[in-house]
Design a protein around this ligand. Structure first.
Ligand code: GCO
Length: 265
């Protein structure tokens, strides 16, 4: 007697996490967390498209993956420039679909809010939040027409918690969490799944000054239940899950990958 609660169509040989044949665009992926996520997705079978503003840095990042036998395309555009975004996405769609979009591009400018300039505020909000709308808009139109697609927004621990001197970043990442939920509201009915990853403290170029600061390093290791910084490759599992069929009924969610920091006082 077959157990009716077990889905007969799921056979052990089916790999829910298989990314082969998926074409995945990762913005801001010529270094840091974006490049680590791109490498991990490619290692799990995806065809990745790296993005960045700097052509030389982008090509160097692509070579670093290709020399490991990974399939990599590049698309140079500034995620804050509407014309560059629309042109680049149209060009990419001429040569194939975009199955998954990872909105990773982001910057950090540490300054207290009474000191921040409007220029710095706008730079952070545009790069970390508005860019996700600018890139997702043409990609979502394509995904809606196809009747399928996935978007992963790289948020932050600071989508839910503040820290002194990171006001613009915190506001942007908090907005990106809510934009994830807004995208779900608009696009889930078209079979798009839009979710977020909230990294905790990871050792990257962006956090290098913090890692080097003995007092701050001690605070992160003490405040994080896992008592350590994350390694960028430790974000790959969450990205593979949210880019794969395993998350087809997950929508509008944020998955914190933070060693437990968000869960405890
Ligand atoms: C900081 C850091 C953080 C981390 C990360 C935490 O100044 O506290 O830059 O913002 O980068 O975003 O989730």
């Amino acid at each position: 007697m077959v157990n009716p609660s077990v889905n007969p169509s799921v056979h052990p040989s089916v790999n829910l996490f298989d990314l082969s044949s998926r074409r995945i665009l990762i913005t801001g992926s010529n270094g840091g967390i974006g490049l680590s996520i791109a490498q991990g997705l490619a290692q799990h079978g995806a065809q990745v498209i790296l993005n960045g503003r700097d052509a030389a840095k982008l090509e160097a990042a692509a070579q670093s993956l290709r020399q490991n036998g990974l399939e990599v395309e590049t698309s140079r555009f500034d995620v804050t420039n509407e014309t560059e975004v629309d042109t680049a996405i149209a060009e990419l769609l001429e040569t194939g679909p975009i199955d998954v979009l990872v909105n990773n591009a982001g910057i950090q400018r540490r300054v207290s809010l009474e000191q921040v300039t409007l220029e710095t505020w706008n730079e952070v909000l545009t790069t970390n939040l508005t860019s996700a709308m600018l890139v997702s808009r043409p990609v979502a139109r394509h995904m809606i027409a196809r009747g399928q697609g996935k978007i992963i927004n790289i948020c932050s621990l600071m989508s839910g918690l503040g820290r002194a001197t990171t006001g613009p970043y915190t506001a942007a990442k908090g907005g990106l969490k809510m934009l994830t939920q807004a995208m779900c509201a608009d696009w889930a009915k078209h079979n798009l799944q839009i979710n977020a990853i909230g990294p905790g403290y990871f050792e990257t170029e962006m956090t290098a000054p913090l890692v080097a600061d003995e007092k701050f390093n001690a605070w992160v290791c003490g405040r994080t239940p896992a008592n350590r910084w994350g390694k960028p490759q430790e974000l790959v599992g969450a990205a593979v899950f949210l880019a794969s069929n395993a998350s087809n009924f997950v929508n509008g969610q944020i998955l914190y990958v933070d060693g437990g920091m968000f869960a405890v006082l």
